[in-house]
Structure formats: C-alpha cells, structure tokens
Design a protein around this ligand. Structure first.
Ligand code: NAD
Ligand code: SER
Length: 334
C-alpha cells in the first residue's frame, strides 16, 4: 500500500476485483459431448454469467441454457474476435473439431477445421487479447509404431488417421506458440470419454457409450470393434476435473506445452459387456468390426501418465465398476 491513501487503495482494489469478476470464459464447441458437461461445471465454479457457451449450432441446447450462448463458427475469425472483445473474454476452451471416425470421411475439411480453429485462438493469445487457452489432444496422436502398452509421453508418434495427424500437428503448434510468443496454452491427450449427459460426436471410442444406450433399452448391441480391442478410456467426470485442474494450476507447474498423456481405465468391449451383464443381468453383444477397427488397432491399449501425476498431481478416480453403475443409472433416469 506504499504511497496510496486508504481511499485510493480501496478504489484500486475494487477495480481489480471488478475487472476479475467481469472477465469471461468462452467455451467453443459447447454443444458437444465434452462441452455440455464442461460448461455446466465451469458455471458451477465461476458463475453462470461468467461462462459463455458457443457452438456452430444456432440453438442453445436446454442443458446449458442456464447462461449466455453465442452461435459461432470457429472458422469465422472476425466473429470470434468480436465476441472476445465485446465480452472481455480472457480464457478460451477450444473443443470444436471433427473426431476420428467422422474425419476419415472428410479428411480435408477435418484438417481445415481442426487446424484453423486452433490457429484463430492461438493468435488471439499471441496478440494479448486472451490470457489462457485449453485445447484437447487425443490418444490418436500415437500410431502403430508407438509402444501399445503403457504408451509413454515421449515416444514414436506416427498417427495414420487425419484426426491423429491434426492433433499431433496441433500439439507442435501449441508448444511453438508457447516457446516463441509466451502463449499460456494447456493441453491433455484425452482417452475415449464416456458420458450419459451428452452424446458422443463421431469418434472410434463411441461404442463405449452406445453399448449402454442399448443395454438400458434391453436391446442387443452389435459392436463395430472386435471383442478384444483394448483402448484407453475415461469417465467424463474425471475428464472434466482434469481439464479444470490443468487450467487452474500455476503456470510454473505446466512443464509440457504440447499435451499431457492422461490415463483413466483400459478395457475391451468384452470386458465392458461382462461388467454390464454383471450389474444389469442378461445382455447380448455381437461383433461386426468395420472401418473403425483399423483406427482402434493403431491406438494404444493403455497410457503412462506419470508426467501429469508429477507435474499437476493428476489422479484418476472412477473405476470400471463405478463407471458402469453410473452410466446405467444415469441413462435409466433420462
Ligand atoms: P463433439 O463432436 O461431441 O463436439 C464438438 C462440438 O463442436 C459440436 O457441438 C459441434 O457442433 C461443434 N462444432 C463443430 N464445428 C464447429 C465450428 N466450425 N465452430 C464451432 N463449433 C463447431 O466432440 P467432443 O467429444 O466434445 O470433443 C471435443 C474436443 O475434445 C475435440 O477437440 C476432440 O478431438 C477432443 N477429444 C474428445 C475425445 C472424446 O472421447 N470425446 C477424446 C479425445 C479428444
Ligand atoms: N474418442 C476420440 C475418438 O474416438 C479419441 O480422440 O475420436
């Protein structure tokens, strides 16, 4: 409080607190599987008016109608900039992307969307219009030449899908913008995410949600992956917690500016179906692998996330038994 009078000090404090209170968080791609749950959690923490949801969709889904919503195509840089400036946005969570299975049918479009969206947001930070970015990567950055079990953070990475190529390139650009321009960008390589509040959007791991929809409807499920296809997975509540935790730790704790490996559970369709049957009774599953099998075959079985554990104390909480129980109850109540 050196040379300031008490009144000056008080006024500067109020301005500081009001400035903090007014600055906003923007979630882009908020209507998707992760976006819906992330917006709800961020609003619980920071207040519903502080968190702006946005998506290319014109209409805000009911689930996130408890706060502001802006229709935004991430490719429209002018509109992005005006939302950021008009609402004093200081943090962006960029979730808009095409996922692995959909991207294979529109490779060039997927590349454009996944890369240009990221560049638009990185540039905002480079030009000091925002302070912090969350951008998710994926286990899809690995390829069949990576070690399949306990895949390490630093290893051979030769993805064979357009989605994986875009995520690996995105990681390199995140690190570049951090090293070159000091951009505070934070990232996680999410495993396949499992949730019931919002539907998955075209990934290879979506079977692990679809299977529950069939189980609660007492219908048989035909799985597009073979019974022994083991993949890294995570329950959505753990993924949302990881996302907010990595954004909240002091910048000095973020030692990796490409993207952190993150592990939850690892299981195959047969193990998942067995646990569903154990908890719900008779459940029929058959297997008819399609083009997604070769994508899954190129991805790890399990992930080593020791850097996330060491750098920002990451710890997964939900095991297979709890995940199955929560999914069955959650979908039964819908
Ligand atoms: P999703 O497909 O469910 O949601 C993406 C959202 O982005 C959709 O609501 C869509 O309407 C919106 N969108 C699409 N094009 C847009 C555009 N041009 N402008 C603005 N919005 C647009 O995806 P998700 O599962 O929520 O994934 C979010 C992010 O997390 C993606 O980057 C994805 O690669 C990554 N990720 C997801 C998983 C997973 O299992 N869900 C795993 C690894 C990484
Ligand atoms: N769940 C995502 C997908 O299957 C992994 O990034 O595309």
């Amino acid at each position: 409080m050196t040379n300031l009078s008490f009144d000056d000090y008080f006024i500067s404090k109020v301005i500081f607190v009001e400035t903090l209170a007014m600055s906003k968080i923007l979630v882009i791609g908020a209507c998707g599987q992760i976006g819906i749950e992330l917006v709800l959690e961020l609003r619980k923490l920071y207040g519903s008016q502080t968190v702006l949801a946005s998506d290319i969709k014109d209409i805000c889904p009911k689930a996130i109608a408890n706060g502001p919503y802006h229709s935004l195509d991430i490719m429209d840089n002018n509109r992005l900039e005006s939302i950021v400036e008009d609402h004093d946005v200081k943090q962006v969570y960029l979730l808009a992307a095409l996922l692995s299975a959909t991207a294979e049918s529109k490779p060039r479009f997927a590349w454009d969307l996944n890369m240009e969206g990221l560049f638009n947001v990185l540039e905002l930070a480079k030009n000091n219009k925002i302070n912090k970015i969350f951008w998710p990567s994926s286990i899809a950055v690995f390829g069949s030449n990576s070690p399949m079990n306990q895949t390490p953070q630093h290893t051979t990475m030769e993805p064979s899908t357009v989605y994986g190529i875009s995520k690996l390139a995105g990681e390199r650009w995140c690190e570049y913008y951090h090293n070159k321009y000091g951009v505070d960008v934070r990232s996680i390589r999410y495993p396949g995410l499992i949730s019931y509040k919002s539907a998955p959007g075209g990934g290879t791991t979506d079977y692990a949600v679809d299977i529950f929809v069939k189980a609660v409807a007492d219908e048989a499920y035909t799985c597009y992956l073979s019974e022994d296809t083991k993949l890294p997975m995570m329950y959505m509540s753990d993924a949302i917690r990881a996302t907010i935790e990595i954004m909240e730790v002091p910048t000095s704790q973020i030692k990796i500016r490409s993207s952190y490996n993150l592990a939850g559970l690892s299981f195959n369709p047969k193990e998942l179906a067995t646990e569903i049957e154990k908890q719900r009774g008779d459940f029929k599953i058959t297997y008819a692998p399609d083009f997604r099998q070769s994508i899954a075959d190129s991805w790890p079985n399990s992930i080593d996330d020791k850097y996330a554990q060491t750098d920002w104390n990451w710890e997964n909480r939900i095991n297979l038994k709890t995940l199955v129980s929560e999914m069955l109850h959650g979908l039964s109540e819908d």
